[in-house]
Design a protein. Structure first.
Length: 309
């Protein structure tokens, strides 16, 4: 698919490249772990990824290794609040601007420093973490004049995503991670849609946005659909000829309340969210499958089990 034909964004908020971090990787495991990470990046290239935020486990081999691995990507890694200690500059690009179907989209990323338990954690060696809320406010201020829609790739965890949405206005969508919650019914907190799916590559989230005005304020289309179903049920209740006047008055009142609520959705933006199971019915891309088999042949012991995020 060419860039002109593409009308979707494929995004991830981190912890893609290595197993869940518990202890430093042994010296004899560094090379296969690095090559597996490169294989994953090459696979994401084939899938057409647009941007990836970094997670704490992506730093398993340290910042220098991650920077080298990222050079294989056809998409940017983003790190808005993670700085290289030596240079004082962001480890990766702080944000990305994309245009999809005429909509200007600004994407940035945040990683929580709380996921690194102490000064001995080698993953944060040579890095400085700026406060997520402070950086989010700065990103919104910088990106609002340049974008119609702001997306945060958040590696803060779901509770912090909710707190951030309450504290910072102007972020339209938070693509969350780390907590591993399957948010089938995506909450909207102060106008911000919060998304998240389970880890380990078992699911993919699909968000469809319908934009009707220049100031995005989304409601869940499932809410409207539920109200419409309730309205139809009430109309059926009012249809029988033998209904008492008291019951009729009660159902008419309920009908008017739902109709009033539905009118509030008119002209507003809406979204639908679905979570797709990536099971055996999803066929492997032949190029990716070939690379995986080559890796397993080279590292048969390492290749026995899928990556654990």
């Amino acid at each position: 698919m060419s860039e002109k034909e593409k009308d979707i964004l494929i995004l991830d908020a981190g912890d893609l490249l290595f197993k869940k971090f518990f202890t430093p990787v042994l010296e004899n495991e560094v090379k296969p772990a690095t090559e597996k990470a490169r294989l994953i990046v090459e696979s994401l290239n084939v899938m057409g990824y647009d941007a990836v935020g970094i997670g704490d486990d992506d730093l398993t081999l340290g910042k220098d290794s991650l920077v080298e691995i990222a050079k294989n990507a056809n998409f940017p890694f983003l790190s808005s609040n993670v700085l290289d200690e030596a240079s004082g500059k962001p480890l990766f690009k702080p944000y990305l601007l994309k245009e999809v179907n005429g909509v200007r989209i600004g994407i940035f990323s945040l990683l929580s420093p709380d996921f690194f338990p102490g000064p001995s954690d080698l993953r944060k060696k040579g890095l400085v973490f700026r406060p997520p809320v402070e950086v989010a406010q700065a990103m919104v201020k910088e990106l609002q004049p340049k974008a119609d829609l702001l997306i945060l790739l958040s590696h803060l965890g779901y509770p912090k995503d909710v707190e951030l949405a309450q504290a910072v206005q102007g972020i339209h969508v938070i693509v969350g991670s780390h907590t591993g919650a399957n948010l089938v019914y995506a909450p909207v907190v102060k106008g911000t849609i919060i998304l998240q799916t389970s880890p380990k590559g078992m699911y993919a989230g699909k968000l469809d946005l319908t934009l009707r005005n220049n100031e995005p304020a989304f409601y869940n289309a499932a809410t409207r659909k539920s109200m419409e179903n309730n309205l139809n049920n009430i109309k059926n209740r009012l249809a029988p000829a033998g209904i008492s006047e008291a019951d009729k008055a009660q159902w008419k009142k309920a009908k008017e309340e739902i109709e009033r609520a539905l009118r509030q959705f008119e002209g507003k933006d809406e979204f639908t969210n679905s979570i797709l199971s990536l099971g055996e019915q999803i066929k492997d891309h032949p190029d990716i499958l070939r690379r995986v088999e080559e890796y397993k042949a080279k590292y048969p012991e390492t290749g026995k089990s899928p990556p654990d995020k």
